[in-house]
Each structure stands twice: as structure tokens, then as C-alpha cells.
Design a protein around this ligand. Structure first.
Ligand code: ZN
Length: 266
């Protein structure tokens, strides 16, 4: 449901729940990839993050025991900012832009890797339980799960952001398929598909040849993982992605409507 009432509620939230200055500055300081963006875009990011914090619940994976974690206001802001940077270039008001995240309400944070929650059905229809611990997961129309140490690792390891990765999966899921293709206007679907497929196939050749790739080899797992990993690189190390895959970089820039190198609208 997208209604006049929802817009009004969001406008009120912006006026009454703004992220306090000190908290905002501290979070920005930990995310230096945002230094490229000019003040108007940073102000827009702050509004998006404000709405995100009002509308989403960001809580611990458990109340007690090994999966319990004290989720602080700072952690919530850092997560909200990185989730919202994916929406930063979107045209229109922030109250419309945040609608891309309307399909879920919960972000669950763990003090470390957590057991994978989904069963896996093989090609013969047999269901296997995967208990290998993972650092992040996005459920279709469900929560985003994050390991906090893996979120923090993204601060120091340039080009990586678990939060951007998991929320990129959310955007990919918006049109009902998990295939590395976010929703696009009809005329942009084929150019996007061509660019991502060519980039992905080239990347897989390098990974299969055991080469040392500048992009995380996990991206070769499947095309949806390639999309999520390259979204991290697009925002965190855009020059690298442009150098490796210029055509794909261009269609991603078109989708996000942002130039992450110059830090301005595309
Ligand atoms: Zn992934």
C-alpha cells in the first residue's frame, strides 16, 4: 500500500526523528567511501536513513545465549546508512525512494556468523539442512540477517560491505526473481542483462583459472551473488569496477542513478 497517509507519516517522521548530529557525524566518519558525496546528497542520505530507522526494527538475533548481542543506536545508524546508500540516487522524494524497502520490516544482527536458516532442496526434491555458518542473508519478503563483526570488517577492508551486499539482494528480489536483475524500465532490461552476463561470464573464467581476482571470487558463485558483490565494489571502490567492467559499471550507474566516482547524480 502506498498512500497519501504513508507519505504524510514519513514526512512527520523526518521532522520529528532526525538522527542527532553527533551520532550522524560519528557514523559518517566510519564510512569514508561517503566522503565523495556533496552535502546535498549527504543530507538526502540522512533523511533516507532516518526513515529507515523509523520503519525498520534492527534487533539482536537472540535475547540471550551465544547469538545475543547488544544492538546499539550507533550500530543501527551504520547499518541504515549503508542500506540507504543504494537508494541515494533514486529520483523523486525520499518518502518515495524508501518504498523499495517496503517488503520487509526486520534486520537481525548477530554477534558472529550464525547458522543458515534455510533448508536447501536439491534437483531431486530432497531437502537438506545446511548448517554451515554464514555472515549474512536476505530472505525474500523477510528479514535481513547480519553478523556484526562482518559488518565491521567492511570498515577496514576496502571494497567490501556486507550491508550493501545483503540489501542489493533485496533490490534484486523486488521483481520476484533472484537473478541479478533489479527492476528496470523496459528499455533498460536487455542492455543491463547483456552487460551483467558478459561481465559475470568473464569473471568466472578468471576465477575458474584460479587467478587472483581484484573482486571477491565469491562473486563467481552465481549471477545474483555477482550482482550483490559488485554493488559493494560499485559504491566502495568504483574505479576498480569501472576499470574491470566499464559497460557493466555504466548500466549499474544507470540503475542506481548515481556516479559513485564523482559522488553526484548519474
Ligand atoms: Zn549474497
Amino acid at each position: 500500500m502506498f498512500s497519501w497517509l504513508k507519505t504524510k507519516r514519513r514526512e512527520r517522521a523526518l521532522a520529528t526523528h532526525a538522527i542527532p548530529d553527533e551520532d550522524w557525524q560519528r557514523a559518517l566518519h566510519e564510512l569514508p567511501f561517503l566522503d565523495r558525496y556533496a552535502p546535498p546528497l549527504i543530507a538526502r542520505l540522512r533523511e533516507l536513513a532516518t526513515l529507515f530507522l523509523v520503519e525498520k526494527s534492527i534487533t539482536s538475533g537472540a535475547e540471550e545465549g551465544e547469538h545475543a548481542l547488544e544492538v546499539t543506536p550507533h550500530m543501527r545508524i551504520v547499518i541504515a546508512i549503508q542500506a540507504c546508500v543504494l537508494l541515494l540516487g533514486k529520483q523523486g522524494s525520499v518518502t518515495d525512494a524508501i518504498e523499495d524497502y517496503a517488503t520487509f520490516e526486520n534486520v537481525i544482527v548477530y554477534p558472529g556468523d550464525f547458522p543458515r536458516s534455510m533448508d536447501f532442496e536439491d534437483e531431486y526434491g530432497v531437502v537438506h539442512q545446511l548448517d554451515e555458518p554464514i555472515a549474512g542473508e536476505s530472505w525474500e519478503r523477510g528479514p535481513v540477517l547480519l553478523s556484526w563483526p562482518a559488518v565491521e570488517a567492511g570498515y577496514v577492508e576496502s571494497g567490501m560491505s556486507l550491508v550493501i551486499h545483503e540489501f542489493a539482494h533485496k533490490l534484486d528480489m523486488l521483481n520476484g526473481e533472484i537473478d541479478g536483475m533489479p527492476p528496470l524500465p523496459a528499455e533498460k532490461v536487455e542492455p543491463f542483462r547483456k552487460a551483467i552476463t558478459e561481465a559475470y561470464e568473464d569473471f568466472c573464467i578468471h576465477v575458474d583459472a584460479n587467478e587472483d581476482t581484484p573482486i571477491d571470487p565469491y562473486a563467481a558463485e552465481a549471477i545474483d551473488e555477482f550482482f550483490a558483490v559488485t554493488c559493494e565494489v560499485f559504491f566502495e571502490e568504483p574505479e576498480l569496477l569501472r576499470l574491470e567492467y566499464p559497460d557493466y559499471f555504466a548500466v549499474l550507474g544507470g540503475y542506481f542513478a548515481i556516479d559513485p566516482i564523482l559522488g553526484k547524480p548519474f
